[in-house]
Design a protein around this ligand. Structure first.
Ligand SMILES: Cc1ncc(COP(=O)(O)O)c(C=O)c1O
Length: 409
């Protein structure tokens, strides 16, 4: 294991990934085909754009930079709904005795099903985007949803969740991981269905559905690359909070590409990097961080790795990278100021950190060694996922237009 000490707001850990022999069973084509079919059946579903930023790639000396733009997802400005919606559909199918593989969105709209579905209540805790997805999904089916947010949640994100159709949104005086436990207690006490995007001992089924839901993003990427005959990614930068998204994506890539799997780096905020911290311990176990933390990257402000995706994130990535807020801010600014014919990408704090990271890796002398260890050069095809748009527009303006958070110090 090699540690790259902090330079330009970036600190990294590099390992030779131990790898994984067989396919990850939850992410095989067979396991994922109901996900794809269900998502496709949702009214208004359309793949989000995959931007090919040739101007940025030229400037950075990379072959290609792809940015998957989740600000276009169902008008919700973030990718999260892909997981929440699929999990809600799975819970409904389980309760009604339906087979998800044979069920499409319109089937659930039949009056004989709706009369049961409308009596169901879903509950979750969220930093914003996941709660928005669950509230929106529940509202599509006429079900109720109770959403809990940790202290410090932005008012705009609270309002977004209400607008998405939540029955109730409550900001509780707790950090995120405690808000998750609170949602779990409420589910038990009230007989509600907990749809949480992180797994723990005894609670793994629904988080796995959520992770499976996220893989549609990756499927869309590779469908589009194939259709346009564009080169496949050599490097994928995956931002992480609890690691459900990064783990799902890593398992998907590993299953799909095996030995030719792109280099995968996990990216976290420097103030709360529980996957970096777990990898550093080197005992193969997930390790939680319990101190209250502050980061602009609200969606990544989580201290406890998800139990089901941790083993994937332990075995597949070669790098774990902790980034200062400045890295995310730089990514937001780069994506909002296109180079040449590139489109403008509106990317929020948790969405832009991967883009900010590659700009620094390719432009800062003091990161050359880390860049070399990642194998980034003129032949590299880099994929990052802009997982959210301006979900906190005031903060977006402050960073992009007023220049807040200008330096690494
Ligand atoms: C915009 C955004 N990106 C990335 C993530 C990270 O997802 P995970 O917690 O699965 O690691 C989140 C989580 O809420 C998010 O909201």
């Amino acid at each position: 294991m090699t540690i790259f000490p902090r330079m330009s707001g970036i600190e990294a850990l590099c390992q030779t990934p131990p790898g994984h022999n067989g396919p990850y069973v939850d992410y095989t084509d067979a396991a994922l085909s109901p996900v794809r079919a269900f998502h496709r059946s949702i009214p208004g579903y359309t793949p989000t754009p995959l931007h090919r930023l040739r101007g940025l790639a030229n400037r950075l000396g990379l072959k290609e930079v792809y940015v998957k733009d989740e600000s276009f997802r169902f008008g919700l400005n973030a990718y999260k709904v892909m997981g929440g919606l699929y999990a809600v559909a799975r819970v409904i199918c389980r309760e009604l005795g339906l087979d998800i593989a044979q069920t499409r969105f319109e089937d659930l709209m039949r009056p004989e099903h709706l009369k049961h579905i409308r009596k169901m209540t879903f509950v979750t805790a969220t930093d914003g985007n996941h709660g928005c997805g669950v509230a929106w999904a529940a509202a599509r089916f006429g079900s109720s949803s109770y959403i809990y947010m940790p202290r410090g949640a932005s008012q705009h994100r609270v309002d977004n969740i209400s607008r998405a159709g939540a029955t109730s949104v409550e900001v509780v005086d707790m950090v995120y991981d405690d808000a998750v436990r609170h949602a779990g207690h409420m589910a038990e006490e009230q007989g509600w269905h907990l749809v949480q995007d992180t797994a723990w001992e005894g609670y793994t089924e629904i988080p796995t559905y959520i992770c499976q839901g996220y893989t549609t993003m990756l499927a869309e990427v590779f469908e589009e690359l194939k259709a346009t005959d564009a080169p496949l990614p050599t490097h994928v930068f995956l931002q992480a909070g609890v690691g459900s998204l990064a783990g799902a994506a890593a398992a998907y890539l590993h299953n799909r590409f095996g030995d030719s799997c792109p280099t995968i780096a996990v990216v976290e905020p420097d103030t709360i990097a529980c996957l970096y911290h777990s990898a550093l311990q080197g005992d193969g176990q997930p390790h939680a961080l319990t101190d209250e933390s502050h980061t602009l990257m609200a969606g990544l402000n989580c201290g406890e790795p998800s139990l089901t995706t941790w083993p994937i994130l332990r075995d597949i990535p070669s790098h774990y990278i902790r980034c200062a807020d400045f890295v995310a801010a730089r990514g937001m600014r780069f994506l909002s100021s296109p180079i040449g014919d590139d489109p403008r990408v509106v990317s929020g704090e948790s969405g832009a950190v991967g883009a900010g990271l590659i700009t620094l890796l390719m432009e800062r002398e003091n990161l050359a060694e880390l860049c070399g260890s990642l194998g980034l050069d003129a032949n590299s095809v880099v994929l990052t996922i802009s997982t959210e748009g301006d979900t906190d527009p005031q903060m977006y303006d402050k960073i992009v237009r007023d220049g807040f958070c200008p330096t690494e110090d």
